[in-house]
Ligand binder design. Sequence first.
Ligand SMILES: Nc1ncnc2c1ncn2[C@@H]1O[C@H](COP(=O)(O)OP(=O)(O)OP(=O)(O)O)[C@@H](O)[C@H]1O
Ligand SMILES: [Mg+2]
Length: 113
Amino acid sequence: MKKVEAIIRPSKLKAVQRGLKEAEIPCITVIPVKGTGLQKSYSERYRGTEQSMILQSRVMIMCVISDSNLEKCINVIKENATENQVGDGKIFIYHVEDAIRLSNGTTGVDAII
Ligand SMILES: Nc1ncnc2c1ncn2[C@@H]1O[C@H](COP(=O)(O)OP(=O)(O)OP(=O)(O)O)[C@@H](O)[C@H]1O
Ligand SMILES: [Mg+2]
């Protein structure tokens, strides 16, 4: 299993959510976040160092998926969250040890499908 954390523009959330659902990846957690990336182009284009300290509002989509769904999940996020501009966001991928569905005790991949 893998955990995917995608930090994206809030305006892209609905499209990504719809895309994931259509790709049969319906289980997601969404967290509003603030952060900053490298911001090189951003600070150069605007007003220098002060600007680079500003935290941008973004949304983090977290989902735990089977290994076989990873490529599909990444593609859906890339297709729906990208404007091909700085600040589009990032995707982080983690290995997941185990999962437990509390309602019936199923574990592993059975708990996430
Ligand atoms: N290495 C990182 N660790 C944790 N969070 C990050 C990291 N890089 C980016 N983020 C988060 O993602 C958001 C969007 O980052 P962003 O896309 O601006 O990255 P970037 O490295 O500046 O790339 P770009 O040049 O495309 O803007 C940031 O506001 C921050 O919340
Ligand atoms: Mg940036």
